[in-house]
Design a protein around this ligand. Structure first.
Ligand code: FES
Ligand SMILES: [Fe+2]
Length: 397
């Protein structure tokens, strides 16, 4: 099977997509329907969210053998299971009997086996069918044919990725050079000490595009501009499945917080440059990782509808900082909660604005080069080209 979406175009005007793919400086934003049309949303669920690597959570949410968790992947959901050997597995969250979900999507459990809540078919943590009431002596019934459908799963710096297509190749190939930017922060070693869950009335792409530009910062983020110059930094050239860039901290500011001071400890492997910058990366399609000198903030986006997105935002710190007496993650959490809310308000207004039939795709400023990267990656995907394979993506860009 070929990786997702090849030759399966999204239901969008080809001429409008061609405009989105014109050279930077001449291009237009995605067509309005990409943000408001339920048919486009359904296509994205199948091809972007269910058709390749997708972040479905954190390793620390399924740390021990017997830990189970169900998360949405595209049109369906996936059951994560830590098996008896400590390996993480992912199964389609659908019973092999008549399809009942093995665990309600969004919930977690700790069990030695996986038991379907409908007729109690029972699977081991490695997906093998162990018991099916009434089938034991049935002629011709081969239990080994009725194990759970397993999907590729990989853990990368404490994040869990599942390939809903089963055919996307290795995650490392897909991420390419991102490893070298993220590794010094050792996110897998850090302790999550803050979490906010948001539900925003905006399309997931509006949130992603907003993440990738600071053209709006002087207008809506006074707190951010106090600690980080909005015109600082650059974006990386990153063929493949991620987009990112960095920004400076102002002189005298140690991190992103309301007064620029850190209530934590600098991450131990960062060089002088890492201690003076904030790195922003987006692993397509749904996870935004913001790497600070002393903490890592992660936004995981789950699209709920064309105009609605759930966002799980977590803040992780060095374990030695969290263990220190009096540690309070609020310096980071409050700063970004204020900034997040400013962003969500703007994004919700964009969604309302784009609901007008008179909305027409606009041009991008010189400061929106990473938005151009997002738009062109998505537009290529809409055209049925593989966005998950870095070499293929590089060929078509
Ligand atoms: S659907 Fe799962 S046991 Fe019947
Ligand atoms: Fe913002």
């Amino acid at each position: 099977m070929v990786s997702q979406s090849v030759n399966q175009h999204a239901p969008l005007d080809p001429a409008a997509l061609a405009d989105s793919l014109r050279p930077f400086g001449e291009s237009r934003m995605l067509p309005r329907a990409a943000y408001v049309d339920p048919a486009v949303f359904d296509w994205e669920q199948r091809h972007f969210f269910g058709g390749g690597w997708l972040c479905v959570g954190r390793s620390s949410q399924v740390p021990a053998p017997g830990d189970l968790r169900a998360e949405p992947v595209g049109a369906g959901s996936v059951l994560l299971a830590r098996d008896e050997d400590g390996a993480l597995r992912a199964f389609a969250n659908t019973c092999r009997h008549r399809g009942h979900e093995l665990l309600p999507c969004g919930s977690a459990a700790q069990q030695r086996v996986i038991i379907c809540p409908y007729h109690s078919w029972t699977y081991s943590l490695n997906g093998n069918l162990r018991a099916a009431a009434g089938f034991k002596n049935r002629p011709g019934f081969q239990a080994d044919r009725w194990g759970l459908v397993e999907l590729p799963v990989e853990e990368w710096h404490g994040l869990v990725f599942v390939d809903g297509s089963g055919a996307a190749g290795s995650l490392a190939d897909s991420l390419g050079t991102l490893e070298e930017f993220v590794a010094p922060y050792e996110p897998e070693r850090l302790t999550v000490a803050g979490q906010h869950d948001y539900e925003v009335a905006a399309n997931w792409k509006i949130l992603t595009e907003n993440y990738h530009e600071c053209y709006h910062c002087p207008v809506i983020h006074p707190e951010l501009c106090k600690v980080s110059p909005p015109k600082s930094g650059e974006n990386y050239s990153a063929p493949g499945t991620w987009i990112g860039g960095w920004m400076d901290l102002r002189d005298g500011m140690d991190t992103m917080s309301l007064d620029g001071s850190s209530g934590g400890i600098s991450l131990r492997k960062l060089d002088a440059r890492g201690r003076r910058t904030v790195v922003y990366v987006n692993v397509f399609p749904n996870v935004l990782v913001s790497l600070h000198p002393d903490y890592v903030m992660t936004h995981r986006l789950t699209p709920l509808a064309a105009d609605r997105t759930r966002i799980e935002c977590t803040w992780a710190f060095a374990p030695e900082a969290v263990a220190a007496p009096g540690f309070d993650p609020g310096y980071a959490v409050e700063f970004w909660d204020i900034t997040n809310q400013q962003d969500w308000r703007a994004c919700e207004s964009v969604q309302r604005g784009l609901s007008s039939p008179h909305a027409v795709p606009g041009p991008l400023s010189a400061e929106e080069d990473a938005v151009y990267q997002v738009v062109t990656m998505i537009a290529r995907g809409y055209q049925g080209q593989p966005v998950w394979n870095p070499s293929a993506a590089a060929r078509v860009s």
